[in-house]
Ligand binder design. Sequence first.
Ligand code: SF4
Ligand code: SF4
Length: 195
Amino acid sequence: MICHGQEDGEHAHCTLAEEAEHAVGVSAFECYQCGKCTAGCPLAAEMDWSPHQILRLLQYAAPELEEQALRSLSIWLCLTCEQCVTRCPQEIDLPRLMEYLRQQSLERGLMHPQGRDILAFHEAFLDSVRKHGRLQEVGLVANYKLKTGHLLQDVLVAPRLLARGKLKLLPQGIKGKAAVRRIFERLQHDEGKEE
Ligand code: SF4
Ligand code: SF4
């Protein structure tokens, strides 16, 4: 990988933007900060740094600002909805970049505290689909609570949801359960090959 980033003594080392470009082919430097991505992002109001600001943090190529991006809540809130890509005049694949930043945040131990809960939710969701072939809400909630320790959060809502038939206590099977399990196995196998 050729880097033109920060000078550290005699050696140039890669900035986070350069590493991202190398890993996922998305260049933060192509962004000219028009803000169209942020204007269309459904989660921008909840983010600590809006999508175009995340790119700006990378463009400065300063370690402390790169760390701000990796510590941000924004990268965990991104839904990968691709609104930003469709609006961007530079066709910058922000969701792909956000995914890369999430991986780096995890690897470098810089994860936002709320990011842990979001990751636990994703894992519980996928565990449920892997096991039952579809989402099983009660199992998902139980698994999420065990992973996060938020045992009593929203517990008062459960009786109302059960009474309205919104939560099923027993898993509802599907015909293609084995096929869904094979999809997960194939993905795990492919992941193993890439590592
Ligand atoms: S829309 Fe594209 S060019 Fe404009 S700020 Fe967002 S990422 Fe940058
Ligand atoms: S993909 Fe992420 S950053 Fe882009 S609009 Fe959707 S939530 Fe916002």
